[in-house]
Design a protein around this ligand. Structure first.
Ligand code: ATP
Length: 141
């Protein structure tokens, strides 16, 4: 299903990569729903731990400033190769880092109030994670 959704994890659907995986844009056919599929680099130390931590921490979370985790996939093929991926709702506005530190045109620069609102939203999400969400949180180092 994920293979189909991402056209075989095609490089044209690659939207970014982080410390533990690559993120692909995908479309779930039946619903035409856009998703972000994070495929873990399992050869990297800490990646499996990061997968479990992200699954456990995000699966019960409902907050307007935290991305929704739709499902976690873990499988092993006939040759014993492991595959782990996290499927998130797709966020259309791109990377926050690029909004905060734009390279190009001045038009894309956020003004002070917009930046303040982002800081408030981040603080609100952190407050929720620390005080209101009942799930254990893991920090992966
Ligand atoms: N749900 C999503 N919707 C759209 N783009 C996403 C989504 N999740 C991640 N991305 C894109 O993929 C990039 C990599 O995400 P990922 O979660 O792997 O790493 P990170 O959180 O940016 O970094 P690190 O894991 O190193 O802390 C992000 O910077 C973002 O551009």
């Amino acid at each position: 299903m994920l293979l189909q959704a991402t056209a075989g994890f095609s490089s044209k659907n690659l939207i970014g990569s982080g410390s533990f995986g690559s993120v692909y844009k995908g479309t779930l056919d039946q619903e035409e729903r856009l998703v972000a599929v994070k495929v873990l680099y399992l050869q990297k130390k800490g990646a499996s731990k990061s997968f479990l931590a992200e699954c456990n921490a995000l699966k019960g979370i409902r907050h307007r400033n935290l991305v929704k985790l739709l499902t976690c996939c873990s499988s092993t093929d006939y040759n014993g190769n492991d595959f782990k991926a996290l499927v998130f709702e797709f966020l259309t506005n791109g990377s926050l880092e690029k909004w905060l530190h734009p390279e190009g045109s001045e038009n894309q620069r956020l003004h002070f109030l917009q930046r303040l609102n982002i800081a408030i939203d981040v603080a609100s999400a952190l407050y929720y994670l620390h005080n209101e969400c009942e799930l254990p949180l893991f920090i992966v180092i």
